[in-house]
Design a binder for this molecule. Structure first.
Ligand SMILES: C[S@@+](CC[C@H](N)C(=O)[O-])C[C@H]1O[C@@H](n2cnc3c(N)ncnc32)[C@H](O)[C@@H]1O
Length: 319
């Protein structure tokens, strides 16, 4: 099912086209201090990323479903930046590596892709001459400076205690003219497509409550993605572009497998905390499976910007 544009931050509606026009960016190099401060920081994740502790079988399926639902849109965004043979690319939080493998196929034998992750259980299998698999904890490890034409991450920053610091590292890893592209979910929509559906209100309240809970207990910052434009404006990048879109999903479709699996995995702590009941979870699972029910997913926020320097020619063929 194709992604349906829901909106932009800020700008006009462009469902499937290039990212929206840049807002007025704040000038100035702030590579060493991109902090937003403010109350948003209070909700950032605490503790370690839990996926690494899960059984490899279900975790692999979850990552594969997530990639299958998001890769097509991400590939379009990266192509819009001018990805070309010879580019050096970095993906942090590469998971199973589907995007890194695709990047390796695009940059060719003269290009290079680094697929980095905390969890190497799935990446370790990859064996391509222009793809380097790297164990990396973006919270603690440093990245080489001025080394990449593209630095990219998706659905990573909401899981970090200090996403601003990770953004700073990614921005510093760019060579002049290099692009930073970040895509993160913001769980602020999850609304029934038919507002008059008898369970619409229940469905919306359920998701509002669980995502607020995850944020309150700092399991993940489900409202982080909306701050990306503000953070990007402080990174000293230019050509800033932002977009936020929700997808229209039908129950029983392939696309709902990813949110459904996440709900299954996250149900035990929700039940334990008394946020929802088993009966409510069962009802939402039934709605996810019901082809007569459709809903708008959370927002997928995309932000990108380019490190100053480099030439117009370098956009197409950097070497
Ligand atoms: C929710 S998955 C997203 C996977 C993939 N980026 C996607 O969007 O399909 C988050 C990924 O980030 C990785 N990750 C989490 N914390 C990390 C950290 N501190 N440093 C590097 N990778 C991390 C996880 O191991 C996992 O592969």
């Amino acid at each position: 099912m194709p992604a349906v544009g829901f909106g932009e931050v800020p700008g006009k509606h462009t469902p499937d086209g290039p990212l929206g026009a840049p807002p007025a960016a704040e000038d100035g190099p702030v590579y060493d201090d991109a902090g937003t401060g403010g109350e948003e920081g209070l909700a950032h994740k605490e503790g370690d990323y839990r996926g690494i502790q899960r059984d490899p079988g279900p975790e692999r399926l979850r990552l594969r479903e997530l990639a299958a639902s998001l890769d097509p849109q991400t590939r379009r965004h990266i192509l819009d930046l001018g990805l070309a043979p010879g580019w050096r690319c970095l993906e942090v939080g590469a998971a199973e590596g589907s995007m890194s493998v695709w990047l390796a196929s695009q940059v060719g034998e003269k290009g290079h892709v680094v697929a980095a992750d905390l969890d190497l259980r799935f990446l370790a299998e990859l064996d391509l001459p222009n793809l380097e698999v790297r164990g990396l904890d973006i919270r603690r490890d440093e990245l080489e400076r001025a080394a990449f034409d593209l630095a990219y991450c998706r659905t990573l920053l909401l899981h970090l205690p200090d996403p601003t610091e990770a953004l700073r590292k990614l921005a510093n890893a760019l060579c002049p003219g290099g692009w930073l592209l970040v895509e993160e979910p913001d769980m602020c929509v999850f609304t029934a497509a038919d507002p008059d559906h008898p369970r619409a209100e229940f469905f919306e309240r359920f998701h509002r409550d669980i995502y607020q809970h995850f944020r309150t207990v700092k399991l993940m910052d489900t409202h982080f993605a909306r701050t990306l434009p503000v953070l990007f404006a402080k990174l000293g990048l230019e050509d800033l572009r932002y977009q936020a879109s929700a997808r229209w999903l039908r129950g029983g479709s392939l696309e709902v497998q990813s949110p459904l699996r996440s709900l299954t995995i996250l149900s035990p702590p929700l039940l334990e905390a008394g946020v929802v009941t088993q009966a409510e979870i069962d009802e939402v699972v039934a709605l996810y499976a019901n082809s007569d029910f459709a809903f708008l997913s959370g927002l997928q926020v995309v932000a990108c910007g380019r490190k100053p320097g480099g030439s117009a020619l370098g956009d197409q063929v950097r070497r």
